[in-house]
Design a protein around this ligand. Structure first.
Ligand code: SAM
Ligand code: DTB
Ligand code: SF4
Length: 307
């Protein structure tokens, strides 16, 4: 679908858009299923990139407390706890522009150990160079997360230390190594509706489309350039989920950062619009997530089952 076609979806009356998105959702998935991924920051803060939304950039006053790379044992303990709580996938994030080969070896060990617990594995480590995606695949990695984050046009206003095209290149390496792709973006960074449509068009144009598409609501971090970004209308967020579902009918669309601040009703509307995955567990990377008890209660009330 083109940017203009996706923009036209955004322009529909909300009820028409929801009906269309839910019909596409139903034709491709059981609408009562929800996939749950847990997240762990395995290396926190001190990142040399200047992504304007991020709590981990060394360029921002609001940088979070730095932590060195965790040990394999620490990661395994967190992954076991996540499995116990019901997560099916464990995603490990590192605040790197790109991993050094020595770091990658350590992460590969983490991946193998998490895989051995019977969990699906995902990592998000920044840009990859030749051969690194293959090494991760070899270690048992299922998914690589690397978000395009926003339209190419808006990206240059948010980050200047790399380009969105660098991210596209890494996604090519990930796909080339036979890994599944997790790629999505952030809504609420001062972008226009056209930027949101352009991001979805760019993701949808990938062949094959990403298996997993996280849609994050900006978590404004004090001391970052986007701390005071204007809030977007909640229905515009729902529209973004619905448009993602229509443009990428077979992808898992993940209702990602920002759930903590959303009402149960708003989350239910996002699930109706086609979101069928969440980040599950008390923490995202450096900020709090909706807690698991609340999620379980919500799923029980509305009849969603974990897959
Ligand atoms: N350094 C790697 C990278 O940039 O790809 C991996 C970690 S980075 C924190 C992973 C993703 O988290 C970003 O691409 C962005 O989509 C999301 N993210 C980071 N900070 C966020 C925030 N404040 N609100 C919403 N999403 C955020
Ligand atoms: C993604 O799309 N969202 C996650 C994960 N992929 C790595 C990260 C959200 C981070 C939210 C802000 C924080 O906790 O630092
Ligand atoms: Fe944050 Fe990743 Fe950007 Fe580093 S590269 S500042 S960790 S989003």
């Amino acid at each position: 679908m083109s940017t203009a076609e996706i923009e036209a979806l955004f322009e529909l009356p909300l009820m028409d858009l929801l009906f269309r998105a839910h019909s596409v959702h139903r034709a491709n998935f059981n609408p009562n299923d929800i996939q749950r991924s847990a997240l762990l920051s395995v290396k926190t803060g001190g990142c040399g990139e200047n992504c304007g939304y991020c709590s981990q950039s060394a360029h921002h006053e609001g940088e979070t407390k730095r932590e060195a790379l965790l040990s394999v044992d620490e990661v395994v303990a967190a992954a076991s706890a996540a499995k116990e709580q019901g997560a099916s996938r464990f995603c490990m994030g590192a605040a790197w522009r790109s991993p050094k080969d020595k770091d990658l070896e350590k992460v590969a060990e983490m991946v193998s150990a998490v895989k051995a617990l019977g969990l699906e594995t995902c990592v998000t480590l920044g840009m990859l160079k030749e051969g690194q995606a293959e090494a991760l695949k070899e270690a048992g990695l299922d998914y690589y997360n690397h978000n395009l984050d926003t339209s190419a046009e808006h990206y240059i206003k948010i980050v200047s230390t790399h380009q969105q095209s660098d991210r596209v290149e890494t996604l090519g390496r990930v796909r080339g190594a036979g890994l599944k792709v997790c790629s999505g973006g952030i809504v609420g960074m001062g972008e226009s509706r056209r930027d949101r449509a352009a991001l979805l068009a760019q993701l949808a144009a990938m062949a094959p489309q990403p298996e997993s598409v996280p849609i994050n609501h900006l978590q404004p971090i004090p001391g970052t350039p986007l701390a005071d970004a204007p809030a977007i209308d909640v229905f515009e967020f729902v529209r973004t989920i619905a448009a993602a579902r229509i443009a990428m009918p077979k992808s898992f669309v993940r209702l990602s950062a920002g759930r903590q601040g959303m009402s149960d009703e708003l989350q239910a509307m996002c699930f109706f619009a086609g979101a069928n995955s969440i980040f599950y567990g008390e923490r995202l990377l450096t900020t709090d997530n909706a807690d698991a008890e609340r999620d379980q209660a919500l799923f029980a009330r509305i009849g969603l089952s974990a897959i």
